[in-house]
Design a protein around this ligand. Sequence first.
Ligand SMILES: NC(=O)c1ccc[n+]([C@@H]2O[C@H](COP(=O)([O-])OP(=O)(O)OC[C@H]3O[C@@H](n4cnc5c(N)ncnc54)[C@H](OP(=O)(O)O)[C@@H]3O)[C@@H](O)[C@H]2O)c1
Length: 298
Amino acid sequence: MSTPDDTSTDTPATCPFTGARAGQAVAPTSASPAMTQAGGPAPALAPRPRIAGSNEPRKTLLLTGASRGIGHATVKRFSAAGWRVITCSRHAFPEECPWGAGPEDHIQVDLANTDSTVAAIAEIRDRLEGGALQALVNNAGISPKGSGGERLGAIDTALDDWKTVFQVNFFAPIMLARGLAPELTAARGSIVNVTSIAGGRVHPFAGAAYATSKAALNALTREMAADFGPLGVRVNAIAPGEIDTAILSPGTDKMVAQIPLRRLGTPDEVAKTIYFLCTESSSYVTGAEIHINGGQHV
Ligand SMILES: NC(=O)c1ccc[n+]([C@@H]2O[C@H](COP(=O)([O-])OP(=O)(O)OC[C@H]3O[C@@H](n4cnc5c(N)ncnc54)[C@H](OP(=O)(O)O)[C@@H]3O)[C@@H](O)[C@H]2O)c1
């Protein structure tokens, strides 16, 4: 399984639109002047284009964990369909990225930090035009390993690490959903929480904190579907299996023989399902967790 690793805080910033890497890493918690979420000047907003050939204003997606892997594929999928995508990650938007609309639609936030998350929510609300948000995708996730890359089990996971995993994987999604509830309600929007196959069964590489946080996020999806449904907001989860992202745990290739479709999934295959859950095609689907794992769960 590709389990995102929270020790990668010095990972170079990656353009969420092109995948281009910045030449130099940006300190994860230092706000960039161009995109600060904590008091700095926000960049000037240009008028939003409308969807070509239509009077409909562009729909907006807020996406966490946009800089790599599944998040990166999700940016591309929604952008190709004409959506405005507001991206979030710990890193600043790479200056050399050729995507013109990127910096003004990027929020630098550390979802492990509640103050940073609260400030980011205020910044996001400021940047939303017309007070409407059509989709929130809680994709950012961390899965810490031991110093030698080993799985951290229920006995050997430090309590502080456990709390950090839950802050990013579980509490940040509900903070964002509650903080943006008025805008999601105004748009009769959709929330997608990214869980994991590890939330439903013990996994050889995913640690106990990660697995329990994803199980909790699936339960939270059910609760949110009940509470947001009367507001017209649908809430679903997607549970990826082994997806071919940059950070594959050694040994993932050996698992392919046990997967009925006999291959890893691609980030775009996940992004396509996220898109389905954020659009009219899934208008009567809420409270569901969709498995995207080539049959690995059967
Ligand atoms: N890949 C798989 O096989 C797989 C399987 C099951 C579930 N999933 C789930 O799918 C989601 C995406 O996985 P992925 O493999 O695409 O992950 P990834 O490549 O490791 O990317 C993780 C993303 O989360 C962001 N992030 C991490 N910590 C953050 C923090 N404290 N604050 C803000 N942003 C943070 C990262 O951006 P910065 O580093 O710039 O902050 C990055 O954009 C995760 O929720 C993961 O649990 C993945």
